[in-house]
Ligand binder design. Sequence first.
Ligand code: TGC
Ligand code: FAD
Length: 388
Amino acid sequence: MLDYVDMEADLSEEERLVRDTAREFVDERVRPDIGEHFEEGTFPTELIEEMGELGFYAPNLDHEATANLGERAYGLVMQELEAGDSGVRSMASVQGALVMYPIHAFGSAAQRERWLPDLADGSAVGCFGLTEPDHGSNPNAMETRAERADDDGYVLNGSKTWITNAPIADVALVWAKDRSAEGNPVRGFLVETDREGITTNHIDGKLSMRASVTGEIGLNDCYVPDEAVLPEVSGMKGPLSCLTQARFGIAWGAVGAARDCFETARGYAADREQFGGPIARFQLQQEKLAEMATAITTAQLLAHRLADLKERGELRPQQVSMAKRNNVAAWREVARTAREMLGGNGITTDYSPMRHLANVETVYTYEGTHDIHTLIVGEDLTGISAFE
Ligand code: TGC
Ligand code: FAD
């Protein structure tokens, strides 16, 4: 398995164990059926509780319901899950980084008690509703609104789209503008999906991230009590800090997906014979392998460095943007090259690169598009915002 500069040597015993557990889970439970799920456009829902039992949801949170691992171990789990399929990593990212993290960081004691154990073991599923039909890259312009219903509740109206897990979620973390407070700040609302006034529709026709459930959320006079509001955060800092957690996981996941493409291409090149010998002997093919291995190693180093900074509490969101941007773009290039090295066989679900190549179009777009991360880093470097 590619680890060109021997990062393995720096892993603790616990980190190796966690990485191996996730790798074994992917080999045994994801790889055998994932091509079929991708073709059929279904998510292997039986894995939801299995991943909970293995502690894959928010293992980096300090809580009695979670695995209480460090940031590198968390990254390694995301790396191995995405080597299987982005849909599986997405499931863990949404549940852990986008729903459990904000409940842990900004929730009340009652909210933590109600949701964290069930989300950690996968008996409940969460989703994160930020994007709207007319507001993707600029969620601050959201139209979903919360209005005071009476003295102790809110009524939500609006719609969210492209929401991972929405059709199978038990709880939706909906971000909405609070019309009753000065400046209409964005607040987070934990909405049970069996409440009156909330509907979720399945989005069909995806040609990317097919082994993942995606949907819309409709809010039509949906009443929620005050206890549904995340009390400890107000403003865009709430959703954006969740995105920082998830983007960190994606920076690691990209390494896993790219590595899986590389290993598939390397193995294929050694076996496939043309002109009287393996295609791996051709300099053109070796150059492709060298380029891929270098890009993956660079991405891997960035991910490991991010984990160190995060562990020390020194990680800045802009550094996460740089890593998400670089690592996903590297994976996109690697997936394309690996697919090419497999010739005609490369376009089928018998091999992983084309599936990863289709998936990366989503990952390149969600959690902040490549362009948006360029501008975040650009602002950090110049002090001038391109968004205004
Ligand atoms: P801005 O004025 O820059 O900041 C508002 C406040 O937020 C703070 N902040 C952050 N905090 C933590 N992490 C970050 N990444 C942060 N970015 C900003 C900032 O310090 C400020 O705090 P304060 O205390 O001063 O109020 O915010 P803006 O509204 O102008 O944002 C600009 C921009 C473009 C960077 C932001 O809107 C953005 O990132 N847009 C991209 C949208 C996006 O990523 N959407 C993702 C939707 S969720 C998703 O895709 C899930 S995929 C599921 C899966 O993984 O499967
Ligand atoms: P737009 O914002 O309309 O962008 C269109 C194009 O314009 C892009 O190329 C973009 O880079 C470019 N652009 C936009 N602004 C600028 C600018 N200022 N400068 C230069 N170029 C710019 N969202 C959630 O809230 N929760 C989820 O769980 C979730 N899951 C998703 C799952 C899938 C499969 C997909 C595809 C998306 C998901 N999303 C989710 C939504 C995702 O975050 C958005 O698609 C993403 O933020 C981009 O928004 P948009 O699609 O509206 O594109």
